[in-house]
Design a protein around this ligand. Structure first.
Ligand SMILES: [Zn+2]
Length: 107
């Protein structure tokens, strides 16, 4: 069997179509920089500290604390602990972490 392809002669003078190129991958949403993430966390923390529940110092004894309870101490003679859930990677809750760790200003 012979396959014969008939083409219209005028088609030979038309420009060849552009090859189809694959679409570029969709643009990823811009990832916030570390500085922006720190600023966002700081704003969030200030909002929590301003509008969140007030600390109730002297609530928990050492024996009341769960393994993931905040261990920020309060009091001089009768030491009690904060007891809120710990911030990830810290022994303290977000509020007490902000109190305990203050970023030093560059000289
Ligand atoms: Zn705390």
């Amino acid at each position: 069997m012979t396959l014969t392809i008939y083409t219209f002669p005028a088609l030979a003078f038309l420009p060849r179509p552009e090859p189809v190129r694959p679409l570029p991958p969709p643009a990823k949403p811009a990832r916030p920089s570390n500085r922006e993430r720190r600023a966002a966390f700081r704003d969030h923390l200030f909002t929590v500290m301003r509008e969140g529940p007030k600390p109730q110092p002297g609530r928990f004894t050492l024996f009341d604390l769960a393994p993931d309870s905040c261990r920020f101490p309060n009091g001089d003679d009768d030491i009690r602990y904060c007891g809120r859930p710990q911030r990830k990677g810290s022994s303290y809750c977000a509020r007490c972490h902000a109190i305990a760790y203050v970023r030093s200003e560059p000289a």
